[in-house]
Design a protein. Structure first.
Length: 734
């Protein structure tokens, strides 16, 4: 299916038009097309070809489709449809299009109120380019009414960040799978362009195969243009430091010495927020940027970084594809991504318009646990998928909240699975929810196993990169199948080649200061206020808002498990297993006892007569009793923690809430909210007489909270027994 680039017939006038369009696009009169850019443009415009362009970040892939759009529109073709994954990318692309006199509009989750006007402009022929998110392809109205008209009249279809199509890509997205269906239904003669900077040979072949599909099966040959991956501005280095405090201290002391502004990548939201807070405390102008950041705030922060008004954004992978800042001077990773493809994609943000950019990786021992968690979110086992299909009707749509009550998957994983099944033809999204199509469907266990093994292999590759003694860029080019890598080549710029030297390990005083910041304890545990939808389908009469008289108050935990600081001690505690594979149980470790007491001491709402015990001799706890949540997996730990806190508060340990005798096995934590609640509600029972808790304010103690339903149900039992108030306390939040 994949064709090698072939020489094209001379087209001097077309190339002159293309060069003029390029100069308008970039706003400079001294630029010219690269040969591969021209090869792709001429193939799209003259031969209505299908092409895949795999070129490094900053090479000019967007120039290919904007110049091709300008030429095609001049010849009377319809508008270009660009499927683009990120709002940041869309904003930059629309601005670039305007410079070239191209009228571009977008439909995405952030401009819902503008959709009708956008569709009217398209129908009136006033739009040259429509950018839409892949999620739009799965919206019933857009998919069934708008997209067919666009596809029939399109002059060019572009799939940006095309590695997302592939199961083998580092950023596979179920919504992208619908693109295969879109391509198969395109009328003959509509050119298609797919672009990405992050694809090894396996991903390239997979995407090219999908591009070559037509309604009749095998479609046109696909022109693949794949360039070298080396970036002469990038200076790669790895610095192995012993713990989070040392890594944060290094950042605090070293960022100021790095030229320009850049990005500090973290693996989790909690880590990004903690690191940003720590760095701000040292006087550095930084901000956190994560998937939980409000869209308007994201746009503001992107502008701050682009204009060098901040030293760095401390970000998760939410700041990735499409963010365009040519003078980004450094990228630092606090923790390693699980894939060399993902790593190269993120470091590729740097050095696009400067001669030198520093790229530093500071790996952590917690990285593997985070990789393992993300790996657990893979496609569910067959019995779960079959249960989902059985729960769907072919006639009446079922909403995701209602489906949650029948399928034991968390909502995000359930929605991702439904999108895959939709593309496979087994289900269909309609107004009001999902229906089963009744079409035969086979569980491709072999493919899912291959994907899982490929990802484990990529994790091993990242560990190999960290311990590398040879050229780092040569290693990345090799594992990413760079077609132009020569034997024995070395970049001469990385730390192994002697081309960059990072600041050394931070001083003991700097590490001590960072540790003091990370040593902060206490995060709020927000009580549940609403029962999930569909609990009646699980045999429980729980619906609507939880009555105020049955709710828990806001609680506290020592820390989250996915952050830094105390998170490491908590992960060590909760991940420890014996030879039989069961959790190790025992007394609360001494450091965590101290941390728990500190949380209680600093919890203002727990005290009257002063602000915590630091408020003076008159301070006393508002609670007059402690209740433990008896654990099926760590009974000694919870009992020791609860009794110890009761002694410290000088109040009695009154009893417990625990699993009934017939249901002592711990319930699963990897299920959706409704199923988790049902399991908890059936298991837990009050193990103390109502008279013992009536009228009391209670501290409810457990070891770990995830969904929050154990604390919610236990507090409800206690409130129904007459407790005046229930304040939850746990060691960790998952």
């Amino acid at each position: 299916m994949v064709a090698s680039p072939a020489p094209l017939a001379p087209a001097s006038s077309l190339r002159e038009d293309a060069e003029a369009a390029l100069r308008a696009l970039v706003g400079r009169g001294d630029v010219a097309l690269r040969e591969d850019q021209w090869t792709a443009i001429s193939a799209l415009v003259e031969r209505q070809a299908r092409a895949l362009v795999v070129q490094r970040t900053g090479w000019g892939k967007s120039a290919v489709y904007f110049v091709a759009t300008r030429l095609l529109r001049a010849r009377g073709a319809g508008p270009t449809v660009i499927v683009s994954p990120l709002l940041a990318l869309m904003r930059d692309q629309i601005a670039a299009a305007a410079r070239a006199g191209i009228r571009a509009v977008t439909v995405n989750s952030a401009n819902v109120t503008e959709w009708d006007a956008v569709h009217a402009s398209i129908a009136a022929g006033e739009v040259d380019v429509l950018l839409c998110s892949p999620e739009r392809l799965n919206n019933p109205q857009f998919r069934d009414e708008v997209l067919p008209r666009l596809a029939a009249d399109a002059g060019l279809v572009v799939i940006d960040e095309a590695h997302c199509i592939s199961d083998w890509g580092h950023d596979f997205r179920p919504d992208y799978r619908r693109i295969r269906t879109l391509l198969a239904e395109l009328p003959a003669g509509i050119p298609v362009l797919a672009t990405t900077a992050t694809a090894n040979a396996r991903v390239t072949a997979d995407v090219a195969e999908q591009l070559g599909v037509s309604g009749a099966g095998a479609g046109p040959e696909v022109l693949v243009l794949r360039g070298p991956l080396d970036r002469e501005s990038l200076h790669l280095a790895v610095l192995d430091l012993p713990d989070p405090a040392a890594r944060v201290a290094w950042l605090a002391s070293s960022l100021g010495a790095l030229d320009g502004s850049g990005i500090v990548y973290c693996l989790t939201v909690s880590a990004a927020e903690e690191v940003a807070s720590q760095l701000r405390a040292t006087g550095l102008e930084v901000a956190a940027y994560t998937g939980q950041t409000d869209p308007a705030e994201r746009e503001r922060l992107e502008g701050e970084l682009r204009d060098n008004r901040v030293k760095a954004l401390v970000a998760t992978s939410a700041l990735g594809m499409g963010f365009d800042k040519p003078d980004l001077a450094f990228v630092v990773h606090l923790g390693a991504p699980s894939s060399p493809i993902a790593y190269y994609q993120q470091v590729g943000r740097a050095g696009r318009g400067v001669e030198r950019a520093v790229v530093a990786l500071l790996p952590g021992r917690e990285d593997r646990a985070i990789w393992e968690w993300f790996g657990s979110q893979a496609f569910p086992p067959e019995e779960t998928v079959r249960a989902t299909l059985s729960a769907l009707s072919p006639d009446a749509p079922t909403s995701v909240p209602a489906l949650e009550a029948r399928v034991d998957l968390r909502r995000s994983r359930l929605e991702a699975m439904l999108k895959v099944l939709d593309v496979d033809g087994a289900v269909r999204r309609v107004q009001g929810g999902w229906i089963a199509t009744g079409e035969p469907w086979a569980y491709d266990a072999e493919r899912y196993a291959r994907v899982a093994e490929a990802r484990r292999s990529e994790e091993r590759t990242m560990l190999e990169y960290q311990g590398l003694s040879g050229c780092r860029m040569a290693f990345l080019r090799d594992v990413l199948d760079d077609p132009e890598l020569e034997d024995g080549w070395a970049c001469g710029r990385c730390d192994a080649c002697g081309g960059v030297t990072l600041p050394g390990a931070p001083s003991a005083a700097a590490v001590e200061a960072a540790q003091a910041g990370l040593d902060r304890v206490g995060v709020e545990v927000v009580a549940r206020r609403q029962w999930p939808t569909g609990m009646d389908a699980l045999g429980l009469d729980l619906r609507g808002r939880i009555p105020a008289g049955e709710q828990a108050a806001a609680g506290r935990a020592v820390a989250r498990l996915d952050g830094l600081g105390w998170s490491g001690a908590l992960r060590d505690l909760f991940e420890s297993r014996g030879e039989d594979g069961r959790p190790v149980d025992g007394e609360t470790p001494v450091p965590l006892r101290t941390a728990a007491v500190r949380v209680l001491r600093d919890w203002d709402e727990l005290w009257v007569g002063g602000v915590g015990v630091n408020g003076g001799a008159g301070a006393r706890p508002v609670v007059d009793g402690v209740i433990a949540v008896r654990s099926a997996t760590r009974p000694l730990l919870v009992d020791h923690l609860a009794s110890g806190l009761a002694r410290w508060l000088e109040v009695p340990l009154l009893g417990s809430v625990g699993p009934v005798a017939a249901l002592t096995e711990p319930s699963r934590h990897d299920v959706n909210s409704a199923v988790r609640l049902a399991g908890v509600a059936r298991r837990l029972a009050l193990e103390v007489s109502p008279g013992t808790v009536a009228g009391r304010r209670l501290l409810l103690v457990d070891d770990l909270t995830d969904s929050g339903w154990t604390l919610t149900v236990a507090a409800r039992l206690l409130r129904q027994a007459g407790a005046q108030e229930v304040l939850p306390f746990v060691l960790g939040v998952r």
